[in-house]
Design a protein around this ligand. Structure first.
Ligand code: GTP
Ligand code: MN
Ligand code: MN
Length: 631
């Protein structure tokens, strides 16, 4: 190491190490840091250790600067308002960089823009990089964050190193990932996922910084080089764009690693559900952003005897064991959850999770030092209290505009959740017996159906659709395709992704036959003619989970075969204590609707998957079309 260190020290020149010991970093990390220092030219290097002291030091600095302020009503909770132009993921500026275009995207017809993954040619990427990153950290400190996704050293876990000039990102990464000097020991000489992040505002700044939140919205770029396991993020401090362990690493890059290594990286929650007989099952569920994962993962059952415990609320890494069972881990260490709509009524366990040590972004703050957002109207102590809304203006309940941005978020340590599962950090993961897909479907789609087989389940997931939400830059409500709830996070050619899912059902020689999970589809969001939800949702969703678990346990008598899958027979969902529900409206499978749907799905496959669509999935579509025609 001596020689490398000498060279590296020389190349770092006069740039001071503000904190940490550079020479204790593994040699590959040293080289990575040195190269990027030469490129981005920060005024100092700060090697993070993830300690409480370090977090306190950074927090105090940010309070002084006005970027964070303490929420006095709680212990160690902080609020932050971003530049209002930097509030969500920017899908239109998110790219996968591969030498061959079709490694990233499917073969779409002339003039059709692929919606799953955007491809950037390596040459174009180089020029985008060259026009942004050189000198982009000048006058700022570069933080070096070593982190593990998954328990440190676990067989399913992976290590990453993120460089960033945002100390807000450091604080959030400390909550969302495992950040500790133990990372360096665990890593040794091995490779790691590289993350390079800059807010893109070198000093001296040329434009006024709004809300003490430096960002560069016109120049945003989030680029991934999957073969190099590398992420380049520029111009945004918003979590989905800047906490590189999350969507960039744990979904887009990890899905590439997963394909190569034979596992899955999915946009899924993992929950443990114990029935009144005391038997526990683990379920994974994929819903598009802002469609209910965090809520389902922490559900408080409204029927007696049931218990739900959360393993993860957003991302699942899953691998079949040699015993044929699928095991899943939550690679994250915290919750980055949608704030609006979260209340003691809808998600009490999330509320409990962020009473301390949490960061709130773009919510409102009352003069009493409490957080506030839409959905807390009935729970706030003083409904007349004066607040500062997310835009920094004085605001009261009833005033025009919104208190919180619809995509405002809480960042809370997962360990603080009262119902965090005791095995949530199990390195080998928990056994997954069912996978649920779902979305916001105001029309036509029943509350619950069970798919006919693994392959039919893959087909159903491939045609997953949902109403758009505020989680990305889309405005207005429309139904969009969101296959596997992965559209914004797809890391490679979607046809190959489908093939990968299909291949996973076959065990390699010498391993036990694979017990593939049953696949279900749910829709909490069907509405009546007046636009009101037909299903109460939230804690009452346990009633649907109950039916699912009985199906897993082999109960065959309560399912009705329809062209799209099995739906519950009337009376087979426990409705005790519930206001009357319009069963037919909630469960019907209208022929005209599904005839249209199958046509639309065919068009979607032709336009968006083309020749990359595996023949088996096309066959599922044909079969489904025939079943619907015969209704
Ligand atoms: P990301 O974290 O962005 O991936 O989203 P998510 O899937 O975790 O969504 P989340 O659980 O935060 O839910 C988002 C919104 O959906 C919130 O406003 C919730 O109030 C609402 N929601 C969640 N579950 C239900 C439900 O069962 N019924 C209804 N009507 N709304 C729900
Ligand atoms: Mn998500
Ligand atoms: Mn969530």
């Amino acid at each position: 190491f001596y020689v490398v260190n000498e060279v590296v020290s020389k190349r770092l020149g006069h740039i001071p190490i503000i904190k940490g010991d550079f020479h204790l970093l593994p040699a590959k990390v040293q080289r990575f840091v040195t190269e990027k220092v030469e490129l981005m030219r920060p005024r100092g290097i700060y090697i993070c250790d993830g300690s409480q002291n370090e977090a306190d030091e950074i927090t105090n600095k940010l309070i002084e600067r006005g970027m964070l302020s303490p929420l006095k009503a709680y212990e160690n909770n902080y609020i932050c308002r971003t530049d209002p132009r930097d509030v969500a993921r920017v899908e239109s500026k998110t790219w996968m960089v591969t030498p061959d275009k079709y490694q990233t995207v499917t073969h779409t017809p002339e003039g059709v823009e692929p919606i799953m993954a955007h491809w950037l040619a390596p040459n174009d990427f180089s020029s985008e990089l060259d026009s942004r990153f050189p000198g982009c950290m000048s006058g700022r400190i570069m933080y070096v964050i070593g982190f593990s996704m998954g328990p440190i050293g676990g067989p399913l876990s992976k290590i990453g190193v993120q460089l960033t000039d945002s100390n807000y990102v450091v604080l959030c990464m400390r909550i969302m990932t495992r950040m500790s000097p133990a990372i360096w020991d665990s890593l040794g000489d091995a490779d790691f996922v590289r993350g390079i992040h800059s807010v893109g505002v070198p000093r001296p700044v040329r434009e006024k910084v709004i809300n003490h939140w430096p960002c560069n919205p016109d120049r945003v770029l989030i680029a991934h080089r999957p073969a190099e396991r590398e992420i380049w993020s520029f111009g945004s401090g918003y979590g989905g764009n800047s906490l590189l362990g999350k969507k960039c690493f744990a979904l887009r890059i990890a899905s590439n690693i997963a394909r190569d290594e034979g596992w899955m990286a999915e946009h899924m929650l993992i929950m443990g559900v114990t029935n009144p007989q005391g038997h526990e099952r683990f379920i994974a569920a994929a819903f598009p952003s802002a469609c209910g994962k965090t809520n389902l993962a922490m559900l408080e059952p409204t029927i007696p005897g049931w218990k739900v415990r959360v393993v993860g609320d957003d991302i699942a890494w899953m691998k079949f064991g040699a015993d044929g069972q699928l095991y899943g881990i939550n690679p994250e260490n915290g919750f980055f959850g949608v704030a609006p709509g979260t209340s003691h009524k809808t998600n009490p366990m999330a509320m409990e999770s962020f009473q301390k040590n949490s960061i709130f972004t773009n919510v409102a703050e009352t003069v009493d030092g409490e957080y506030y957002w839409e959905g807390l109207e009935k729970e706030i102590k003083n409904p007349k209290v004066e607040m500062i809304n997310w835009l920094g203006q004085k605001w009261h309940i009833g005033d025009a505009g919104k208190a919180a941005h619809p995509n405002s978020r809480f960042t809370a340590p997962a360990a603080q959740c009262p119902i965090i599962h005791p095995d949530w950090e199990s390195p080998k993961g928990v056994p997954i017996d069912a996978i649920i897909f779902g979305g916001r479907r105001p029309e036509g789609v029943p509350l619950i159906f069970e798919t006919f087989s693994w392959i039919h389940g893959i087909f159903v997931a491939a045609c997953l659709k949902s109403e758009t939400t505020a989680a990305a830059e889309f405005t207005g409500k429309s139904i969009m395709h969101d296959p596997f709830a992965m559209r914004p996070f797809m890391g490679y050619n979607f046809g190959q992704y489908l093939q990968h899912w299909m291949d996973l059902a076959k065990a390699p020689k010498g391993e036990a036959a694979r017990k593939v999970p049953k696949i279900f589809h749910v829709n909490w969001f069907r509405t009546n003619k007046e636009g009101k939800f037909l299903w109460p949702g939230f804690g009452d969703n346990i009633r649907v989970i109950d039916w699912i678990i009985r199906r897993l346990d082999g109960d065959d008598s309560h399912a009705l075969k329809t062209p799209i899958g099995y739906v519950p027979t009337e009376g087979s969902i426990n409705m005790d204590g519930l206001d009357p529900v319009k069963w037919d409206e909630l469960m019907s499978v209208p022929k005209e609707y599904w005839q249209e749907d199958v046509k639309e799905v065919r068009k979607f496959f032709e336009a968006q998957v083309g020749i990359d669509l595996p023949a088996e999935i096309r066959r599922e579509l044909d079969e489904q079309e025939k079943r619907i025609a015969a209704m």
